[in-house]
Design a protein. Structure first.
Ligand code: MN
Ligand code: ZN
Length: 148
């Protein structure tokens, strides 16, 4: 699904964070590792639970702060939902479409062929200069379809 090398993503995140003189503690590095892989598009709680297993003294505030800063630096993409259950993609921080299962909340993001063409068409038909998009497709994932 993801084409980006998590190791390289960590290096990119670290470079941006160092520009901000953000101190990299072992806990924060663990947060970066989880975001760089972004297996399943984790929530802050998912990240917190995983980091806490390795570093029990980690606070939820540290996770929030690190994730927020990476989002601000365009090093993590936020998928926001009306109920506040936001999820994050630090593996591919560029805008890209997601398929979201309404039942189990599994999120997938295969590479689609026509996104550039769609963006161009939108720009051509509206005269807008397009900066980014948020494309979310909602439905039932294959696993949940089997259970129905
Ligand atoms: Mn994604
Ligand atoms: Zn599902």
């Amino acid at each position: 699904m993801h084409s980006r090398e998590p190791g390289r993503r960590i290096d990119e995140m670290l470079a941006k964070l160092r520009e901000r003189e953000f101190r990299i503690t072992p806990q924060r590095l663990a947060i970066l590792k989880i975001l760089a892989a972004s297996e399943g598009h984790p929530s802050v709680d998912d990240i917190y639970r995983e980091v806490k297993a390795e570093f029990p003294t980690t606070s939820l505030a540290t996770v929030y702060k690190t994730v927020s800063l990476l989002k601000e630096l365009n090093e993590a993409l936020e998928l926001s939902f009306p109920d506040g259950s936001n999820r994050y993609d630090g593996n591919n921080p560029a805008p890209h479409p997601h398929a979201i299962c309404v039942k189990c909340k599994r999120i997938m993001d295969p590479e689609l062929m026509n996104i550039d063409a769609l963006t161009e068409e939108m720009s051509r038909k509206t005269g807008y200069k397009i900066f980014y998009h948020e494309l979310e497709f909602f439905g039932l994932c294959p696993e949940c379809q089997k259970k129905n």
